[in-house]
Design a protein around this ligand. Structure first.
Ligand SMILES: Cc1cc2nc3c(=O)[nH]c(=O)nc-3n(C[C@H](O)[C@H](O)[C@H](O)COP(=O)(O)OP(=O)(O)OC[C@H]3O[C@@H](n4cnc5c(N)ncnc54)[C@H](O)[C@@H]3O)c2cc1C
Length: 363
């Protein structure tokens, strides 16, 4: 079966890997230049010296299936344990070890990891068994339910791209956040079974995050990897320099890299504004100022800085099933992602795996 997966995040790749192992021809179409989705990494300059994981910074592992995938990354030195030097900022600025702030049951079942070579490397690693097509922005789907398909002249699905390209497929899996999946599926909503999926995912809501990346000079070290806090604007500061096992740039006087994540509330105006040129720098300055109360004035004067607004950082109301399908053996269509049964990278991974096991993909 030729299967088209839309979205090169962990959900698309976990489904893609499993389906390729079943012997299918899997094509992953991604609108961006790179893979990984919200497992994202950005560099401060073209020489790729200074790396920032500006999306997800660390993750937990609970299920056996995801632990197996993480073991595989671990064997390739792509991840390492996280949490030892992570703290939650309590009242009166006391730093409580993050893992101690979890309940004992959470601590018993969870292991925490971060990337050593950039979060997007995990996506690249998962892409090996599938055909990846970057810069391929899907604009919609066409269903060939009529004679042409029945006479075996055409495959049941046509994937349409923004640049007017088209690709046929036997099956489609949409592996994007729910609102983006809604936009894609809405182009073929007159199909009864597609309409049912659209109605279910229409209720899913996401919370945004605004992220600032800042490069400062090498003297500004701090003795922690991550600081989480409860403040109206700033949610987390990540010290990227201690995260990675080795320094990609080499040299002795490496600048230090910080990632700051805003609270969901503070990010709302950044994702909803039509005046990005004004609102983003203001929010960036506000976050750096708030960070300066913890780090020192120097964080307000970085050597380099950039910001990014994540419209879909955390799913607010996940659906209670692992994935959805149209149930049609002759023209399978499914949706997967982190909005099924949770809102984490592990939930996205498990959604893709579960979908690939559906009997629709058995032939
Ligand atoms: C700032 C931030 C912090 C986070 N922190 C954590 C955390 O601490 N722990 C945790 O577990 N999770 C965290 N997450 C969430 C985690 O990153 C996601 O749950 C997970 O990566 C989602 O994977 P996915 O494959 O479902 O979606 P994505 O990674 O979003 O992948 C979807 C892909 O689809 C592509 N796409 C969309 N529309 C189209 C189209 N029309 N055509 C082609 N391609 C398209 C997108 O470009 C994207 O690459 C965080 C996320 C953010 C942004």
């Amino acid at each position: 079966m030729k299967i088209a997966i839309i979205g090169a995040g962990i959900a698309g790749f976990s489904a893609g890997q499993a389906l390729a192992k079943k012997g299918h021809e899997v094509h992953v179409f991604e609108k961006s230049r790179g893979v990984g989705g919200r497992m994202a990494t950005r560099y401060s300059d073209e020489s790729a010296e200074h790396r920032f994981d500006h999306g997800i910074g660390f993750f937990s592992v609970q299920s056996e299936a995801f632990a197996k995938q993480v073991d595989h990354w671990s064997a390739k030195d792509l991840v390492k344990h996280w949490g030892e030097h992570a703290y939650r900022l309590g009242s009166e600025d006391q730093k409580i070890p993050f893992l101690e702030t979890l309940s004992s049951s959470q601590r018993a079942s969870k292991q925490w990891f971060t990337s050593t070579q950039g979060m997007n490397r995990l996506g690249k690693e998962m892409s090996r068994m599938v055909h990846v097509h970057p810069n391929a922005h899907v604009s919609g789907l066409t269903f060939y339910g009529g004679d042409a398909h029945e006479q075996k002249k055409k495959k049941p699905w046509l994937i349409n791209f923004r640049d007017s390209n088209m690709v046929e497929a036997d099956a489609v899996i949409v592996a994007t956040p729910a609102p983006q999946a809604y936009g894609i599926l809405n182009t073929c909503h007159d199909e009864v079974d597609t309409y049912k999926i659209i109605r279910e995912i229409d209720v899913v809501k996401y919370l945004p995050t605004f992220t600032v990346m800042a490069l400062v000079d090498s003297s500004k070290t701090v003795p922690w990897s991550t600081l989480l806090m409860d403040s109206p604007t700033l949610q987390l500061i990540s010290n990227e320099s201690v995260k990675h096992d080795y320094r990609v740039g080499g040299g002795e006087e490496e600048p230090i890299r910080f990632v700051l994540h805003s609270t969901h509330k503070a990010a709302e105006k950044a994702v909803n504004t039509i005046n990005r040129e004004i609102v983003w720098p203001q929010l960036q300055a506000q976050l750096l100022k708030e960070a300066s109360y913890i780090l020192g004035d120097w964080i307000q004067h970085p050597l380099w800085s950039q910001s990014h607004a994540w419209r879909y950082a955390e799913c607010e109301n996940p659906l209670k099933v692992p994935y959805l399908t149209n149930g049609r053996k002759e023209a399978p269509l499914a949706v997967v992602g982190d909005y099924f049964q949770g809102s984490s990278v592990e939930d996205a991974y498990l959604s893709g795996i579960a979908c690939a096991e559906n009997e629709l993909f058995n032939s």
